[in-house]
Design a protein around this ligand. Sequence first.
Ligand code: HEC
Ligand code: HEC
Length: 259
Amino acid sequence: MAVGNSPIPRAGQEEGLYLPRALNPTVLIRAGIAWGRNDVDEGRHRRRDRTGWACVAALATLGALGCGVPSSGDAARGKEIFPACAACHGSRGEGNVELQAPNIAGLPRWYIEGQLRQFLGGHRGTVPADSAGRRMSVAAQVLTQSGDENGDVASVALYVSRLPAQRPAPTLPPGDATRGKVEYQACASCHGADGKGKYDVPPVVAQADWYLLAQLRKYREAWRGTNANDLQASRMQAVVIPLDDQAMEDVVAYIETLR
Ligand code: HEC
Ligand code: HEC
């Protein structure tokens, strides 16, 4: 698969014009079809449109509450779906830096589920320059295929959260962890002194260094976290604005020491 940009977007390297809007799910569904699924007839299209809008409405409510609430899921169904994820995330969910696909194994269920709903709702992964985010948005459309989008999102999230946690190997040249420790003071109140997160904040220790850095840059570049329907992500926005590239590399180096 051709990968459009380098794993770690540099500030100003790619021009990203962000248009905060709740994308009509039809646009995303069509994107999914353009990606290679052309077996969808008009009748199913209409049914999915309604599902999509119901999901957007539910998300608006969840967003207002500020956190994702996991639904019930079926791990056996999640296992059936998982090969569609393993294509990029790896057979153990360990991630693939070449495809810019992160480690997802063992992440909290509420977080996996919440992020899948953000991708499906058009709140994450819509910025044109964000090729990795857009690939995941398109990939998430597989969860709309069965006609039980809510059930499938919950099921795959449950299954992935139960996969044994992976410990991604470092890929970046070492930053200054001592300076990073000072930067991390600003993160600890939410992500915890141990980086393991808490009930509504994801862990940072679970994630590969290249992905942490890429996401910090995405928040700063407003590729992630500026959508009005994604209040959880907007909590990161304010945090990263003052951080330059060096500070981000240092804080990631410190997070590496917490593993
Ligand atoms: C075409 C490749 C591809 C496929 C297939 C794919 N993903 Fe992804 N996924 C990605 C990429 C690339 C990202 C990183 C997006 C970004 O940088 O914002 C991602 C991000 C994610 C995230 C966010 C993780 C985080 O810590 O923020 C989750 C959760 C996720 N994927 C779950 C899944 C699940 C579940 C499936 C199967 C239904 C799946 N993905 C299928 C490429 C893929
Ligand atoms: C006010 C609370 C808060 C603070 C402070 C905070 N974070 Fe976060 N962070 C969050 C929340 C909530 C999310 C999930 C956002 C989302 O849904 O996109 C998150 C997400 C992240 C992610 C993306 C994780 C993933 O798997 O995609 C990274 C990386 C991250 N934070 C790093 C940091 C670092 C480094 C700092 C300190 C410089 C920091 N955060 C400070 C609340 C916070």
